[in-house]
Design a protein around this ligand. Structure first.
Ligand SMILES: *Cc1c(COP(=O)(O)O)cnc(C)c1O
Length: 293
């Protein structure tokens, strides 16, 4: 498996940041791969290597109808020669994400919301007799996922006062924090949960931290909950894309960057601070949100 990473760090300059005397950069994990985008590539790396070591040829994973993880797994399976099945929450529908999953050869099984809660039971129900089947949890949440993400920090040639990242399962946040600890970076990590009542995210992140570490959770930037938006968020995204030429979307990266800009405007960062935002990819998520723009 060739797993080379292209993810440059670029500076974002504007009047807000100049006025606050801060420097802001963005790590372009969205450029790693067009469909296996951003953190999903990093999270899948050790999971796929583990599947390969165990001679498994069939990846089985889980997601909602707009899951970036399902699409990333479908594309990674196609690229690296695995068969793939996606178990999808809810009744059968068609949308752009699922179209792309199928285009990459992924088989889809739709399941009701109750049975979806017990993923090991679903795996057993459909694949007990398939010795080639390999279980990958929803969103790629796993210690292997965090390990893959921690390598993001190996690539940094500079240190930052703050790093910002969007979080869903918390695996990506945990991986970056572990990488910062390993390299002794004096960086404060800022996680922006994209779900409502994201306080539980602390438990999810801490599960994968070795050793424990301090970080901030910014709980007020969920815009109503997972997949929810507001006109302010959409307006921010339009302005950001038009100003920078960098695509972002309302589910993850839009919320994280809104948080960072809002905190900058509110003098949260000391003058002279250097801040790095992680563009974790996921821009296909825009397809499901077109009607909001
Ligand atoms: C899945 C995803 C996340 C969330 O990553 P977790 O490891 O689940 O917290 C963040 N950003 C994007 C673009 C994603 O697709």
């Amino acid at each position: 498996m060739s797993l080379e990473i292209y993810s440059p760090v670029q500076q974002i300059k504007n009047e807000l940041f100049a006025g606050k005397s801060i420097q802001v950069f963005i790590k372009r994990d969205d450029l790693i791969h067009p469909t296996i985008s951003g953190n999903k590539w990093r999270k899948l790396k050790y999971v796929l290597l583990q599947a390969q070591v165990q001679n498994k040829t069939h990846l089985v994973t889980f997601g909602g109808t707009y899951s970036n993880h399902l699409l990333a797994t479908a594309a990674a399976a196609a690229k690296f020669g695995f068969k793939a099945t996606g178990i999808v929450r809810g009744e059968e529908v068609e949308n752009d994400t699922l179209f792309l999953c199928k285009l990459h050869g992924m088989q889809l099984i739709f399941t009701d919301r109750d049975s979806y809660r017990d993923k090991p039971a679903l795996f057993a129900k459909f694949f007990a007799d398939d010795e080639q089947a390999f279980f990958i949890d929803e969103g790629g949440a796993s210690a292997g996922g965090a390990k893959g993400v921690s390598e993001l920090v190996d690539e940094l040639t500079d240190t930052y006062d703050h790093i910002f990242c969007a979080c869903g399962t918390g695996t990506t946040a945990a991986g970056i924090i572990n990488g910062l600890t390993k390299h002794n970076h004096p960086t404060h990590f800022n996680a922006v949960p994209v779900l409502k009542n994201g306080g539980f995210m602390k438990h999810e992140i801490d599960k994968f931290l070795a050793p424990p570490a301090n970080y901030s959770l910014h709980l007020n930037y969920h815009f109503g909950g997972y997949g929810k938006t507001t006109p302010e968020l959409i307006q921010f995204i339009k302005q950001f894309v038009a100003d920078t030429g960098i695509l972002i979307e309302p589910i993850y990266t839009g919320k994280m960057l809104y948080a960072m800009y809002d905190l900058a405007a509110k003098d949260h960062f000391k003058p002279g601070s250097k801040i790095l935002a992680i563009h974790s990819g996921g821009i296909w998520g825009l397809l499901g949100m077109k009607d909001k723009f």
